[in-house]
Unconditional design. Sequence first.
Length: 203
Amino acid sequence: MTALPYSQAAENNKEPILEVLGDCFAQSVSVLEIGSGTGQHAVHFARQLPHLSWQASDRQENLPGIRTRLEQAHLPNAGPPAELDVSEPAHWAAIRLPVDGVYTANTTHIMCWKSVCDMFRGVASVLAHRGCFVLYGPFNRDGEYTSPSNARFDQYLNSQDPSMGIRDDRAVERLAADNDLRLAGSAQMPANNRILVFRHSSS
């Protein structure tokens, strides 16, 4: 049997993230996960939050591993992953509606800024009014690194691709506001990460 893709970081952070998701998605029915990666979060959160219909998604090259992990988990509330490149309008159009929750982890710093903008625009197009968008990852605060390790990580990202990098929280909040997504809260997470919670405020 082929080994499933695995992320130690995803294993480490799943419980702290779950605590936040349990509150944010308490009244939700359907959640879209953007950038499901290895599928570890999809399986864990769908299993622990059985009231949710959990839709994993990612770019085409990552779908086989996610699909296999979900099939092995046999979860009634998590079907096959959907193809979603955030910069492809047709992929957003194919998302099953309604979606009253969206979750993504560790995506904004590996996307170019244009793709981050495309993601927020896409989220606004599928998220129901008052729906919750939960964004996890490292963020700078008011233009400053929050830790030496984040500074080193950002330098590493830039060395791999100058378009990647840790985003500033104020820039993300402005982008969200431009798409009718209002900051509703934030939480400090382990390993110098944060969660930003947005609510869709369009009518």
